[in-house]
Design a protein around this ligand. Sequence first.
Ligand code: GLN
Length: 479
Amino acid sequence: MIKSWPSLSELRDQVQSGNVSAVSLVEKSIAAIENKKQYQAIISVNKENAINTAKMIDKKISNGDKVGRLAGIPFIVKDNFLTTNLMTTAASNMLKDFKAPYQATAINLLEKEGAIMVAKANLDAFAHGASTENSDFMVTKNPFDETRVPGGSSGGSAVAVILGMAPFALGTDTGGSIRMPASFCGVVGYKPSYGLVSRSGVVAMASSLDVVGPLTSNVNDASLILDIISGIDSLDSTTIVRDTESYDLQLINKMTTIKDLKIGILTDFLKNGVDSKIKQNVFNNVTRLKSMGAQIVDISIPSIALSLPAYYIICPAEISSNLSRYDGLRYGYHTNKTKNLEEYYSSSRSYGFGKEAKRRIMIGTYVLSSGYYDAYYKKAQQVRTKLINEINGAFKQVDFIVGPTTPILPFKIGEKTMDPLQMYLSDLMTVLANLVGIPAISLPSKMINNLPVGFQVMAPQKSDKKLLEFAKLIEDKIK
Ligand code: GLN
């Protein structure tokens, strides 16, 4: 289904040699967006600006001026990244007419390299969800089966990449929102170490968990994008120092063999709640790794079963705090005809927030309230600390941990919307990486029942480069 775009380095060569114009790439992208409207992946299109920028780049190239590493290459961003050309809605009624005063750092860095933002993609409103059904605007459809969800919350970005609307897209991952839709749509989804990529200009969901990352059609492209968007940003005090060496796998001496690597697998944890075919696929991949010389180690993270419950306390707690800024006064939706301030707040927030945002605000406020703080929020933070210690212990034994990205196959639209708990369970395999801040990648692995299934690899904090190197080997050698 993909492969309608060459790799980013091939595109770069084509554009910079003058064989392919930036304008033609942007036109190709926009044509794909227009022809594939039925998937409802895109919220807004940056048509005129994108074409004008492409014309400028073509001119520079024909003048022989120096251009950036992504000159003329189109990309799409999830609509929770602030942009100065297009509205930033976070797929919510609250922000449906919001024009941001500044732009996200990640986008600025890509634009500095000549990349051209062509459109903004659908998501679960405020990134709350695992299916893109919580968008206040429309439900994005899975291209492999239109009656199924594309995963979430970066569902629009994943669909955009698999359908060739752009060679890459940006998403955000708070509890799996890059990896899960990547798995459901058959693309590569990369969640960097916490703090490696600036979140300045990204609508905050849960600030101690949120990261920005790419969705691409191959690992090399993910590594190039990471190289461009990572590093300290004075606008985001949580950013961490990046590696001095490039992350771009095409520029470095990378790992060439799997031999002698120690690969961890959480056999016990996979026993319950994971689809048997998905489990089988993981074991098949592990067998392949073993036959290629890797040492397979059965590891245990004793508190792992508590990661999902801890996530669904910490995450709503931070959401309730982050969403308090939408009071209708400063920005976002507001109503005019109210008698007093309290009514003003409540009517603005009642309309502006959808069901899921309200559910999380209520849970979050509850677990942070003085009577329940110790019983819920504090306990969840203690679990988080335990998980960090346990994962650090595990990474003393192994280099990487592998497993499924999701416990289930892409599910039917509407199947889980009435049962939030079932929806939350689909995050079983992804929230751990966010709680402990480590990098993780979902690689397209297999088709099961004609639906894509991902394979997840996690690595120690800040070992993004190693993780990408290993992912590249898996991509090349395990099909
Ligand atoms: N599905 C998870 C949730 O609903 C993760 C969301 C995300 O990563 N943005 O919280």
